[in-house]
Ligand binder design. Structure first.
Ligand code: EPZ
Length: 423
C-alpha cells in the first residue's frame, strides 16, 4: 500500500505536460482485436488500468510491445493481434478493471463469441451494463448470463437501429466496435458525445472502418468485411487537464498546461472563470492563475459537453475553500460523494442530500489522514492537501495511480511539497 504525504500552502507555478487519455486508450486497446494487422498507439499513459488491459490482450494471444520514445520519453504500444487463441477473458483481470467489458464488442466482431466475467461495480455506483448487452443483442448476439459470467455468441452480426436510454460512454463504444464488422448499417441514437468517442471513431476509421457522427447524438456505422492496421496518436487526457487546472486554482498558483485541447475542458474552464479564476489559451498551452480566494459557484454534472462527473470531486475540493456556498448536483452516478466524508475530516463544511452536496466554503482546510477509494476522489483529497494547513496523508494511492501518470512527480515539478511512501 502507498500513501502521499503533502505539506500544504505552496502556490503552484511552472508548466506541466498532460498525458494521453486513459479513457481513450482503453477502448482502443480492445478495438485492436478487430484486425489481424499490427496497430500502434502513441503517447499511451503509464497507468495500472492500461497495464491490466495489456495483460488481458496478451492472455488472449496478442503480442504487445511497449516502446519508449528516446526524445519525448512517451510510451507507444505496438499490438499484433494476429493470434487470438481464446474468446475467454481472464476473470481476475476483468474484476481488476471494468473496462474489460469493451472486449465484448471487439471479440464478438473478431471471433463471433466472447466470455467475460460480470464486471464488478465500484464505490461510485453499481455500474450496470444493460445498455451494452441490449445493444449487442440488437446486432444479433445471443447473450447468456450465468454463474457470474456473460457468454455472447453471434454467427453473424447484422447492423441495427439502436437507441440508448442514456448516452452511456462504454455502451456507445462497445456497440461501435461490434458494428464495424457487422453486415449492413448500424445507427446509434442518443450516443455519448465524449471526445474519447470521437478518438475511437478516428482510430477505427484509420483501421479502415466506416464510422461517422461521433461527437454528435447519432453515430452511423457501415459494416466492412475486414480491417487493417494503423498508427494513432491518443488525445490528451481532459480529466487530468481539469484536475491540474483546479490544482493551480486551489493553491492560488499560476501554471501552464501543455499538450491540451482547450475545447475538451470548456465546461470546466467556464466554471473556473465564473469562480474568478483566470483561464486563457496561450500558444497552445492553457494558462490558469488565481490570485484571490475563488467565489463559490453551483455545479451540475452532465454527459459531455456538460460538466464532467469525473471532475466533480475535484471541484468540490475547490468549493470547500471558496467564498460562499456552492450546490453541487451529481446527475450521472448514483453514489459519487464518498470524498465528502474525507474532505470533512480536513475541515470542509459539506452537507449531502441525495444527489446534491451543499458546500459552505471555509477559509482553509487542515491537514488530516484521509483515504482515497477511487481515482477521482483520491485526486480531490490531494487537491485538498495542497491547500490545507499542515500535513495531509492520503492513503490508497494505488486508486489514484489508475488514472494519473506520475501524479506526485508532476505536482512536485510545479512546486508542491508531496512525497509518496510505500509499504
Ligand atoms: C466511462 O465509464 C468512464 N470510464 C468513466 O470514467 C466516466 O465517469 C463515465 O464514462 C461517464 O463519463 C471509461 O471510459 C473507462 P457510462 P462508463 O456508461 O462507460 C449508467 C474515470 O474516473 N449505465 O457513461 O462505465 C451508469 O450506471 C471513470 O476515469 C447504465 O445504466 O460510464 C451511470 O449511471 C469513472 N447501463 C451512467 O450510465 C449501462 O449499460 C454513465 O455510465 C451503462 C451505464
Amino acid at each position: 500500500m502507498s500513501r502521499y504525504i503533502i505539506r500544504g500552502g505552496e502556490r503552484l507555478s511552472g508548466t506541466v505536460r498532460i498525458s494521453g487519455a486513459k479513457n481513450a486508450v482503453l477502448p482502443m486497446l480492445a478495438a485492436m482485436l478487430l484486425t489481424e494487422k499490427e496497430c500502434v498507439i502513441r503517447d499511451t499513459p503509464r497507468l495500472r488500468d492500461v497495464s491490466v488491459m495489456i495483460e488481458i490482450l496478451r492472455k488472449l494471444g496478442a503480442d504487445v510491445e511497449e516502446r519508449v520514445d528516446e526524445n519525448t520519453g512517451s510510451l507507444s504500444l505496438m499490438v499484433n493481434p494476429l493470434r487470438i487463441i481464446t474468446h475467454e477473458v481472464e476473470e481476475n483481470l476483468t474484476r481488476a478493471m471494468r473496462s474489460s467489458i469493451f472486449l465484448m464488442g471487439s471479440l464478438l466482431g473478431r471471433l463471433g463469441k466472447v466470455r467475460v466475467a460480470y464486471p464488478g461495480g465500484c464505490d461510485i455506483g453499481p455500474r450496470p451494463i444493460d445498455l451494452h448487452l441490449r445493444g449487442l443483442a440488437a446486432l444479433g448476439a445471443d447473450i447468456n448470463e450465468k454463474f457470474g459470467y456473460i457468454h455472447a455468441e453471434a454467427k453473424k452480426l447484422t447492423g441495427a437501429e439502436i437507441h440508448l436510454d442514456f448516452p452511456s460512454v462504454g455502451a456507445t463504444e462497445n456497440i461501435m466496435m461490434a458494428a464495424v464488422l457487422a453486415e449492413g448499417t448500424t445507427v446509434i441514437r442518443n450516443a455519448a458525445k465524449e471526445p474519447e468517442i470521437v478518438d475511437l471513431q478516428n482510430f477505427l476509421n484509420a483501421m479502415g472502418a466506416n464510422v461517422k457522427g461521433a461527437g454528435m447524438d447519432i453515430i452511423r456505422i457501415e459494416g466492412t468485411s475486414g480491417l487493417g492496421g494503423c498508427e494513432h496518436q491518443v488525445i490528451p487526457d481532459r480529466i487530468e487537464t481539469a484536475t491540474f487546472m483546479i490544482a493551480g486554482a486551489i493553491t492560488g498558483g499560476d501554471i501552464y498546461l501543455d499538450n491540451v485541447i482547450p475545447e475538451h475542458v470548456e465546461s470546466v474552464s467556464a466554471k473556473l472563470r465564473e469562480s474568478g479564476v483566470l483561464v486563457e489559451e496561450k500558444t497552445g498551452k492553457l494558462h490558469v492563475a488565481c490570485d484571490r480566494r475563488p467565489s463559490a459557484v453551483d455545479v451540475k454534472t452532465l454527459p459531455y459537453p456538460g460538466f464532467p462527473t469525473d471532475v466533480q470531486p475535484q471541484i468540490m475540493a475547490l468549493m470547500s475553500v471558496s467564498e460562499g456556498t456552492s450546490v453541487i448536483t451529481e446527475t450521472v452516478f448514483e453514489n459519487r460523494f464518498k470524498h465528502a466524508d474525507e474532505l470533512r475530516r480536513m475541515g470542509a463544511n459539506i452537507k449531502i442530500e441525495g444527489r446534491t452536496a451543499v458546500v459552505k466554503g471555509t477559509r482553509t482546510l487542515f491537514g488530516a489522514c484521509v483515504e482515497a477509494t477511487n481515482l477521482r476522489s483520491g485526486a480531490a483529497l490531494v487537491l485538498g492537501g495542497l491547500v490545507a494547513q499542515g500535513l495531509t496523508t492520503v492513503e490508497g494511492v494505488e486508486h489514484i495511480e489508475r488514472g494519473y501518470e506520475d501524479f506526485d512527480q508532476k505536482l512536485r515539478s510545479l512546486g508542491a511539497r508531496i512525497q509518496k511512501l510505500t509499504g
